[in-house]
Design a protein around this ligand. Structure first.
Ligand SMILES: CCCCCCCCCC(=O)SCCNC(=O)CCNC(=O)[C@H](O)C(C)(C)COP(=O)(O)OP(=O)(O)OC[C@H]1O[C@@H](n2cnc3c(N)ncnc32)[C@H](O)[C@@H]1OP(=O)(O)O
Length: 124
């Protein structure tokens, strides 16, 4: 699964550069979408981002994410973020753990939890 992201002023860290937290969030979010492909309900247990080079604001980066392997409840995911100039500026690895629906029901409205399972959330 892939998405194209151009970090903007909302994601600024150092002048002209994306904040590491925004990069991390983009990777975690895309991993969440991979779950719809592998048809598992899971949540992030660990997330490691390797910041290989500064990410300039306003330059599109393609983030590609995939399930690398599965061990029981453990889903190992990995992602790569590459600019249009073919420079890979970050990679990420995550451990997601499969959970049941009851993981979410104490916190969100039933209809919202059900909707989340039926289709990916819409992003603006
Ligand atoms: C389809 C729709 C899905 C939508 C979800 C989208 C999610 C988007 C991404 C997110 O932002 S999720 C939000 C951020 N994450 C969280 O809020 C998770 C908070 N953490 C928890 O709720 C619990 O820690 C969790 C449910 C993940 C796990 O608790 P458990 O008590 O169920 O598991 P446990 O700690 O016993 O670990 C289960 C297994 O994983 C193993 N494990 C845990 N941490 C590990 C680790 N770091 N490395 C390797 N293995 C690990 C652990 O040893 C164990 O192995 P065994 O099954 O063999 O005994």
């Amino acid at each position: 699964m892939a998405t194209d992201v151009a970090f903007d002023a909302r994601h600024r860290g150092a002048p002209g550069l994306a904040h590491g937290g925004a990069i991390s969030a983009a990777c975690d979010d895309l991993f969440g979408f991979v779950l719809y492909l592998v048809q598992e309900i899971a949540v992030t247990r660990t997330l490691t981002v390797n910041y290989l080079a500064p990410v300039p604001l306003g330059q599109p980066h393609r983030i590609t994410a995939r399930l690398q392997r599965r061990q029981g409840r453990r889903l190992h995911l990995e992602a790569t973020g590459t600019g249009h100039d073919d420079v890979t500026r970050f990679t990420a690895e995550a451990l997601f753990l499969v959970v049941d629906r009851e993981h979410f029901t104490p916190h969100g409205a039933d209809a919202d939890v059900l909707a989340m399972f039926n289709r990916p959330p819409e992003h603006r």
